[in-house]
Design a protein around this ligand. Sequence first.
Ligand code: NAD
Length: 311
Amino acid sequence: MHGRVLIVEPVDSKLDEILARHGIRAERRIGLTRAELLSSVSEYDAIVVRSHTLVDAALLEAGARGRLKVVARAGTGIDNIDVEAAARLGIRIVNVPGASTQSVAELTIALMIMAARRALEANLRLRRGEWYRPLGVELHGKRLLIVGFGRIGRRVAEIARAIGMRVSAYDIADVREEAAARGVDLVESIEAGLREADVVSLHVPLTPQTYHMINRTTLQKFKRGSILVNTARGKVMDTNAVLEALDNGILSAVAIDVHENEPPTERELRLIRHPRVVATPHIGASTLEAQRRIAELVAAGIIRALDTMRG
Ligand code: NAD
């Protein structure tokens, strides 16, 4: 087998290694400008992106004018890829759902506990030499609503149950069996779930239906003083509405790994800098284990796709 693969965002070096063993040459050109990407994409059989690179119709068309056959997303969400344009142009999309489930679930729980214990605020003040011990709350016995009961949502539910949380879930798919197996109560609508929840954790993909799912109207349905956690996608929540809800007491704390704009603009930074917000820069899948798994699965996916497309 032969071929050329362009890697434009950081991926574990295992990817290049496995591709090389199959006679495929990987070229790392991290930080290419959009213009450079548009002018060179047609020279490659596949490109590998993470969540930062916009793979829109223009980029796919530029690739299809040459040899581009595969777009590989080294991760789960494919909301940065124009799936319809790819299908129209006969370009395959490879992604690796599941490879980062455990890592994202662990970060979700970590952020949830940090928010409940006001640990970030305490840490920042301790660094200034202040001996200030904020009063937090336990998660045990609290009601968690999981919005989107897929791979990550289910893993978060399992860990939350072990902590002693009561867990509800809302999903548009039929997840009755998965919920029953984990002792999770299903709710009919997001509003019904929000009324009861002390903590709300988002695990839906970004779609036209989930864009700004958490907005001024839905925030009115939250229990006063609840905690919002978002490790799904920044655009699932309206940043300005979440900031208002923190200021008017609807939300007591917010924990976020994802932001409407990444890197954040001044709008997102206003939320990130709020004293009751704990925020990380989209590190959900940034673990040794997840990145290794992602690289291996992306390599296998590219090899399989190029193989079948040639055959
Ligand atoms: P998944 O596809 O297994 O689960 C998503 C669930 O959401 C599905 O059960 C689906 O039916 C449900 N859903 C879709 N639209 C819905 C709606 N409108 N209302 C209610 N439920 C809806 O995906 P996953 O592997 O669990 O990942 C979830 C999301 O987490 C990803 O799409 C991605 O955006 C995000 N993610 C973030 C990171 C990170 O680094 N923070 C890493 C991986 C994934």
